[in-house]
Design a protein around this ligand. Structure first.
Ligand SMILES: Nc1ncnc2c1ncn2[C@@H]1O[C@H](COP(=O)(O)OP(=O)(O)OP(=O)(O)O)[C@@H](O)[C@H]1O
Length: 603
């Protein structure tokens, strides 16, 4: 907890040093004002009742009035300063949080539910960044007021002071326990809240809308969402009830102490033991001490809870590398010889089955290698290992003899381009969709268009209402308002696929081009066209193509068949057909699907 508090304090001070100093001054002034008002009131009342010297009454009244003005004005100032510091704190920490997530080089954190819960709570905690700042200062402020008022109360009644203070101890313990419970409750309901968000998003997206309507699954999904919401709400309600009972009891205790003190003071004043001013001071002091105690206790409890939540942020930003990164990164030369996978064993976690089971493969530099195999054979997994999104548990992948584990992931990825099977469709402009492949060159419109041309999508994109500046989005789509720059257009699946290919080509000449089913959504003519283009684009680059359509891989220099996590066949199309193995059987099966059955045809 101390480390978290130190990180929070350090961040706040670094973010807004000037504003923080001003905030401290204003908060301290706010802290001493109630003490000044209480004493000035006592002096005025005693003077008026004839118990004190009549001199300086006007000055006392003016002092009281001035203090009143400050009491009214300072909270607004501190509120503004607190909010402003909170906003700066949130901006800074949000940037840090997402910078930290970008440091994760593998996909592992994104497949870990606990990481998603932590990230969400970390983001939530940053929204209440202001809470940590104002909470800490409220504690200091309440402490100052408390010390001043306790001193004042001690002058009148040490016994009453003891009783008032004694009520603070149990309150503090109770509130701290409550805050810890609340933080634990928020962690516990995290998965339910994430599932609720997931179902809510699903019901709002156009991608899901088709199936939901066709299959009539909307009601079921809504019920699931509501069930998650009810689970979270029940936990929150139980927590609220617990807080209500504890806080109710504490408030009652405070009221009894204050009432008892008042009765005692009035009786004492009647017997002449106290002056009228003492009574007014006592009333103000009891109330102020209780307020300050309340402020202190709830401030400590609130800060405690905020810090527990902020701890999720600290955990994320301080998480070490998710892939072993070499202290001295080996330079990664341009690929000249080839990439070798030697006895590669891989599974997604210890609970999952082995996907690759001692796979051996050599991808010669400059060659077009095709990988084929049944669904789930591990083809995409192989691509992910080549990009080092994961490390194999056993075996090695070497790039011209350099183990890719000895290279910084970003250096390796700089040499690779490609299209993934589940490629992205960004709700951004056509130009953005392409230039995200190489952000440094994003302003180079000629290069964007050249990439689109190579992917065969230039005609489509240039004829959009605003050309390459047209938004490619379903979210902001409006048929009636096509002239509006905020209005997007909807591309077809094949057009999206070509756009993804253009993005890969926009990266320029890279040593390795991985194409995981880059043409699955294309018609046969377009598919043949895309393959011809990618071969040309290759201009010496090594290409790794995954495809289920075997007619598109027959020209490859090397065709590799994967089954049960190992390479079972490899060679050129001609050799594999001659070998009459699994590849030949699959190829004939597909080819027969295109042949007219005998006797069929137009009569
Ligand atoms: N992130 C993941 N976590 C756990 N298992 C995974 C993950 N990704 C893939 N798998 C599993 O790994 C196996 C191989 O998947 P992979 O996507 O590599 O197959 P593929 O050969 O590309 O299949 P397809 O032809 O259907 O695209 C499958 O059984 C799949 O369920």
């Amino acid at each position: 907890m101390t480390t978290i508090a130190r990180v929070a304090a350090g961040t706040a001070i670094r973010t807004a040093p000037g504003l923080m100093s001003l905030y401290v001054l204003v908060m301290l002034a706010e802290a001493v004002l109630p003490i000044a008002v209480a004493w000035l009131t006592k002096m005025v009342v005693d003077t008026l009742a004839g118990d004190g010297p009549a001199t300086g009454l006007t000055a006392l009244a003016l002092g009281l009035a001035g203090a009143g003005v400050l009491v009214a004005a300072l909270p607004q100032v501190s509120q503004y300063l607190g909010s402003q510091i909170g906003r700066l704190f949130t901006t800074h920490t949000t940037a840090e949080l997402f910078t930290a997530t970008l440091r994760f080089a593998s996909l592992r954190p994104y497949e870990d539910p606990e990481f998603h819960d932590r990230l969400r709570l970390a983001q939530n905690s940053l929204q209440t960044g202001q809470g940590i700042i104002t909470g800490s200062f409220r504690i200091i402020q309440s402490s100052v007021t408390l010390v001043g008022m306790v001193g004042s109360l001690l002058v009148i009644s040490p016994v009453l002071t003891g009783i008032v203070l004694a009520t603070g101890g149990p309150a503090l313990v109770a509130q701290l326990r409550l805050s810890r419970r609340r933080a634990a409750m928020l962690w516990d309901i995290g998965p339910a809240e994430r599932r609720q968000l997931f179902y809510g998003d699903l019901l709002g997206t156009v991608e899901a809308a088709k199936e939901i309507r066709l299959f009539g699954s909307g009601g079921f999904l809504r019920d699931r969402m509501m069930s998650e919401l009810r689970t979270a709400n029940d936990a929150r309600r139980r927590m609220d009830l617990r807080e209500l009972s504890v806080e109710g009891l504490l408030t009652l205790l405070a009221a009894v102490v204050a009432g008892g003190g008042l009765v005692w003071a009035v009786v004492a004043a009647g017997s002449g033991a106290l002056s009228v001013g003492d009574v007014s001071l006592l009333i103000a002091a009891v109330a102020a001490v209780q307020n300050a105690l309340n402020g202190l206790v709830s401030g400590i409890a609130g800060l405690h809870q905020d810090l527990i939540m902020f701890g999720h942020y600290v955990t994320v930003v301080r998480t070490g590398p998710d892939l072993p990164v070499p202290a001295e990164s080996a330079p990664l030369p341009e690929l000249r010889h080839g990439i070798r996978l030697t006895d590669v064993w891989f599974r997604y976690s210890d609970d999952h089955p082995w996907i690759l089971r001692g796979l051996n493969l050599f991808i010669p530099a400059g060659a077009a290698v095709a990988v084929v195999g049944l669904n789930g054979a591990g083809k995409s997994t192989l691509v992910k290992l080549l990009c080092r999104f994961y490390d194999p548990q056993r075996g090695s992948i070497t790039w011209d003899g350099v183990d890719i584990r000895d290279v910084r992931p970003e250096d390796l990825r700089r040499r690779i381009s490609g299209v993934f099977q589940d490629h992205m469709t960004y709700d951004m402009t056509a130009a953005d969709n392409i230039s995200l492949g190489h952000v440094a060159a994003r302003e180079d419109r000629t290069r964007v268009e050249a990439a689109a041309q190579r992917a065969g999508v230039h005609g489509t994109l240039s004829s959009l209402p605003r050309g390459y500046d047209t938004l490619l989005t379903r979210v902001f789509f409006s048929e009636e308002d096509k002239g509006d720059p905020e209005t997007g257009v909807v591309l077809s699946g094949g057009q999206w696929q070509r756009t993804a290919l253009a993005r890969a080509m926009f990266r320029g000449r890279r040593d390795l081009m991985v194409l995981d089913e880059p043409s699955a959504g294309l018609d046969p003519e377009a598919e043949a066209d895309v393959h011809a283009r990618t071969r040309r684009q290759g201009d010496g680059a090594t290409t790794l193509l995954i495809s289920h359509r075997l007619n598109t891989v027959r020209d490859a220099d090397l065709i590799v068949v994967i089954e049960n996590g190992v390479v079972v066949e490899s060679g050129t199309h001609t050799r594999l057909m001659a070998a009459a193995g699994g590849y030949a059987r699959l190829f004939r099966l597909q080819a027969s699907g295109y042949q007219e059955p005998e006797g069929a045809g137009v009569s």
